[in-house]
Design a protein around this ligand. Structure first.
Ligand code: KG4
Ligand code: ZN
Length: 414
């Protein structure tokens, strides 16, 4: 199945085409035929965070060029011929779907008039959670294409995408199909036996921090979540206090590694929030406030001090995430720990979690290269498994939902 994935939930605009075969388990394999992404990091950096209306504008500008690029890479972009499949001119329904996307509409109209309908079997789009103005652009783009090309549409939960990005990282090679382009030799497959479940998923990004119990593919229960700031947000905010650029996670991580190598120690410890709360919730806002006070009390700032504080911030966030994740894994007897979201790119988190999981005989799965931060591949993958179950959505009825939940919360009985 050729699946077109579209992601616009935050500050990455991404479009990809995957070729997927088999069902989840032994015979599943996928191959990335085309993958095009534009990060808006540089545009949002001066604001120290993502500015929703700016993200909306940029998604509108980026989506059509990225669609062309992803289809072209896939060998699926064909200029319209009289005899070719497709449409003669965009229908008024496309205009009404993209009525509010005033920058996107003319580009989509031109695209639909210029190119044939590509050999795509299904469209998967992030419908939530995320920044609602940003989500709407991708959702309306997908609705317009699905309507015009008469293709089935799958609404994907972004958090499920992050889970699946880690589940498919164990790779094996499979033969390329005739449509596959030369530069993408081989496909990535994943085998997850049912005995690998239940799993506990730690999902940590700039907007979310949560622990999900994964009983099987598509079977989730929320174990705990942040009550205020997300882990990535804590990295970003503490970085800002330290005059480091956005996004703060990679910067803090880089300086923390320098501090460890140079034996630099923070003059004061940062708190590890909610470790004794008796549940699996997180709270990072207090950590940020405590960090601010301690950093302000140690002025003037020097390079060494900045590195030492970065190290302490990373230790505090990572330790909190690891301890709570391991406790949840223990309580739910998880065979596997799945880690997803932008913060899962953090090298220190990876090594601490791998160490803790190995000491308890649990497996730990991280996303492969390029799949930690937001991307369209994880959305297409999640969409594929839903498409296999024919969980399609009506393009006329699909709405973006900034607060979309993956599951409801398990209340802890103690
Ligand atoms: O999943 P993502 O790309 O977007 C959201 O859905 O939010 O995550 C972005 C977040 C940012 O807060 C960024 O600082 C954090 O992930 N991040 C990191 C690292 N790389 C990205 N945090 C810690 N260490 C990293 N290496
Ligand atoms: Zn994300």
């Amino acid at each position: 199945m050729h699946i077109l994935g579209i992601e616009t939930s935050c500050d990455e605009t991404a479009v990809c085409v995957l070729e997927c075969t088999g069902d989840f388990g032994g015979n599943f394999a996928y191959k990335t035929l085309g993958d095009a992404l534009i990060s808006q990091i540089a545009i949002h950096a001066p604001y120290g965070g993502v500015f929703p209306n700016l993200a909306k504008r940029e998604h509108q500008r980026n989506l059509t060029p990225l669609l062309s690029r992803a289809l072209d890479e896939s060998g699926l972009l064909r200029v319209r011929t009289e005899a070719g499949p497709g449409v003669h001119s965009p229908q008024s329904v496309v205009r009404s779907i993209l009525e509010r996307e005033t920058e996107l509409l003319p580009q989509v109209e031109t695209f639909l008039q210029t190119y044939d309908r590509p050999h795509i079997d299904c469209i998967a789009v992030t419908a939530g959670p995320g920044l609602e103005p940003a989500l709407w652009v991708g959702v309306n783009f997908a609705r317009a294409l699905a309507t015009q090309w008469e293709l089935p549409l799958v609404a994907v939960n972004h958090m499920e995408g992050h889970i699946i990005a880690s589940l498919v990282t164990q790779s094996r090679s499979v033969a390329s199909s005739p449509q596959s382009v030369a530069k993408n030799q081989g496909a990535t497959g994943h085998e997850l036996r049912t005995s690998d479940f239940p799993a506990v998923a730690l999902l940590a990004s700039g907007g979310h921090t949560e622990l999900q119990l994964v009983k099987g593919l598509g079977e989730y229960s929320l174990i705990g979540e942040t009550r205020d700031d997300a882990a990535g947000e804590a990295f970003d905010k503490i970085a800002r206090i330290l005059d480091l650029p956005y996004p703060g996670g990679p910067e803090i991580s880089r300086l923390a590694a320098e501090a460890r190598a140079g034996g630099l120690v923070s003059p004061a410890p940062f708190p590890r929030p909610m470790l004794d709360s008796g549940d699996y919730d997180f709270s990072f806002s207090g950590l940020k406030t405590a960090a601010r006070k301690l950093i302000e009390a140690h002025q003037p700032m020097t390079d060494d001090l900045r590195s030492a504080f970065s190290c302490e911030a990373e230790e505090a966030i990572v330790e909190t995430l690891v301890i709570k994740t391991m406790r949840a894994a223990d309580e739910h007897d998880a065979q596997t720990i799945i880690v997803g979201g932008g913060v899962s790119a953090n090298v220190y988190l990876r090594s601490r979690l791998a160490e803790a999981a190995a000491s308890e005989g649990r497996a730990v799965l991280f996303p492969g290269p390029g799949l930690s931060t937001d991307n369209a591949v994880m959305i297409a993958l999640a969409g594929y498994f839903r498409a296999l179950k024919e969980e399609f959505t009506d393009p006329a009825a699909l709405r973006a939902d900034g607060n979309m939940r993956l599951s409801s919360k398990i209340e802890k009985d103690q």
